[in-house]
Design a protein around this ligand. Structure first.
Ligand SMILES: [Zn+2]
Length: 211
């Protein structure tokens, strides 16, 4: 039963909390000071702290379907509020927008979702549609449309991110670096987009300043 597994996990966490309590005390008393805003998909297989080894207090997470950042002018506030909080109040130095292979949100762009049953998914995914349209317009081979849309969506959301004045200011002033990442569920590897070469490269060879 899933809840039993969660409660057992909680018990193990309590043991860790007791043995490592200095770390948790520090986080509670001194507040959080994450250096990275992570914008990723809600997909249960893409766990940011697991794939990056980040500890509590190190990543400020935003996760939603298809790692979307609605444009600043859109009026969709949830993700924008997290972006503003992370940049203005937490002074993060990095923003990672991480897409992933086999993204159900991106796959749904090719489906006809019933407006009566799934109005919120339909509306939300419109923020990713420009990525699909761009890939379709480029004459991409049929079998590559899905994976290329996943990549294009990361770049689309980075462009949307730059529509927030605090993000644009941070980049211009050199206090903020944006990274476009792609996590491959099949290999457990991450690729990063290199803005200069306009290519996706294995992250170990990647240098900051992408997107
Ligand atoms: Zn996804």
């Amino acid at each position: 039963m899933p809840t039993k597994k969660l409660i057992d996990g909680y018990r193990r966490f309590r043991e860790k909390y007791r043995s490592d309590h200095a770390v948790f005390d520090r986080l509670a008393e001194e507040g959080q000071d994450p250096k990275v805003l992570w914008i990723g998909c809600s997909d249960s297989r893409v766990v940011p702290e697991l794939i990056t080894g980040a500890d509590p207090g190190e990543l400020f997470d935003v996760r939603n379907i298809a790692n979307i950042v609605p444009p600043a002018s859109s009026g969709a506030c949830a993700t924008g509020a997290a972006v503003e909080y992370a940049v203005i109040h937490l002074s993060v130095h990095h923003i990672v927008v991480c897409g992933h292979t086999e993204c159900g949100g991106i796959a749904a762009l090719a489906a006809d979702l019933e407006p009566e049953k799934q109005p919120h998914i339909r509306s939300w995914l419109e923020f990713a549609r420009p990525a699909r349209e761009q890939v379709l317009a480029s004459g991409t081979a049929e079998e590559d449309i899905y994976p290329e849309t996943i990549k294009a969506n990361v770049l689309q959301q980075i462009a949307n991110l730059r529509s927030y004045p605090c993000v644009a200011d941070g980049e211009r002033e050199g206090t903020l670096t944006i990274h476009g990442w792609l996590y491959d569920l099949h290999t457990g590897t991450i690729q990063a987009y290199d803005r200069e070469s306009e290519r996706w490269e294995p992250i170990a060879r990647h240098t900051p300043g992408a997107g």
